[in-house]
Write a protein that binds this ligand. Structure first.
Ligand code: NCD
Length: 306
């Protein structure tokens, strides 16, 4: 049975630290890994648009010496003819050694994994999970801020449809003393299964509307885009889209070492004037995404580099 990554909890805490160490070694010694995946093939099956996730997977594989094939929209694959995800994954297993898949439907990666005979990586399934973004977020926090324990983490924006938020909260509930400040308009609150999980595990959290009030206590501020494509009507989206805009003025009330993260793409929720603030880590975060994906590909393929 191949090993998959479908949910951020598929890796133990120890395995995650090992993965982050490996990513750090890759960053420091890229030449050591330049041929680690010679003649291996990564398939990127993207049924939904992507810039960072798909390209960082591709860059990761190329930097490991491997090759890449795939598709970047459902329209250019046999999905347009009505092929099921299961059948596509069965086919891909004949051509590639490992596959990263993004799909607009929640649970698609789980369905695909039943028929994949190669490691399958969930690169986002609808509004559900996005485990490799979470690996990216964890590596960024670990590298730039240190320990996870005791952090106060603010998540702001579309907490309802934002899959990166769901995955990150999930993953952070394995470290002691993490506090969550969930900042959203009432219409875009996190799904109740998330708050129920926090209660069950005994994590402190609060749900608030005002970013201004929340910002002074945060160690990490995780901003998110309002997920236009998951709204049922344009009107609601238009009403919500500019609900939060992080600007210089708001940043002046934040801790001097608070990190601003964002999975990107950004629309209006972070003003460009914040980009030059040393606390703005979102572009660096995108680069960490490539290193952690290199580490993940090696780990799932069982390749060790001496
Ligand atoms: C996120 C996604 O696709 O969920 N982007 C990403 O993978 N970096 C966030 C988003 O699209 O808003």
């Amino acid at each position: 049975m191949p090993r998959h990554l479908l949910n951020p909890m598929d890796f133990s805490v120890e395995e995650l630290y090992k993965l982050m160490d490996l990513a750090g070694d890759i960053e420091r010694n890229p030449d050591k890994y330049a041929h680690a995946c010679d003649r291996k093939i990564l398939a990127t099956c993207f049924y939904e648009p992507s810039t960072r996730t798909r390209l960082s997977f591709e860059a990761a594989m190329y930097r490991l010496g491997g090759h890449v094939l795939g598709f970047s929209s459902a329209n250019s694959s046999s999905a347009a003819k009505g092929e099921s995800v299961s059948d596509t994954l069965r086919m891909i297993s004949c051509y590639a050694d490992i596959c990263a898949m993004r799909h607009p439907k929640e649970g698609a990666a789980f369905v695909g994994a039943q028929k994949a005979s190669i490691p399958l990586i969930n690169a986002g399934d609808g509004g559900h999970q996005h485990p490799t973004q979470t690996l990216t977020d964890l590596l960024t926090i670990h590298s730039l801020h240190g320990a996870f324990e005791g952090l106060t983490v603010g998540l702001c924006g579309d907490l309802k449809f934002g899959r990166t938020v769901h995955s990150l909260i999930n993953a952070l509930t394995r470290y002691e003393g993490v506090k969550f400040v969930l900042i959203s308009p009432p219409e875009l609150k996190v799904p109740s299964y998330i708050t129920e999980m926090l209660e069950q595990k005994g994590y402190e959290y609060k749900e608030v509307i005002s970013l201004d009030e929340a910002i002074p206590e945060l160690d990490i501020l995780y901003m998110t885009r309002v997920q236009k494509e998951r709204f049922f009507n344009e009107e609601d989206y238009v009403r919500m889209k500019d609900f939060y805009i992080l600007d210089k003025e708001k940043m002046s009330h934040a801790k001097p070492d608070m990190l601003v993260l964002h999975p990107l793409p950004r629309v209006n929720e972070i003003s460009v004037e914040v980009d030059d603030d040393p606390r703005a880590a979102y572009f660096q975060q995108a680069q960490y995404g490539m290193y952690i994906r290199m580490a993940l590909i090696l780990t799932l393929l069982g390749i060790e580099v001496e």
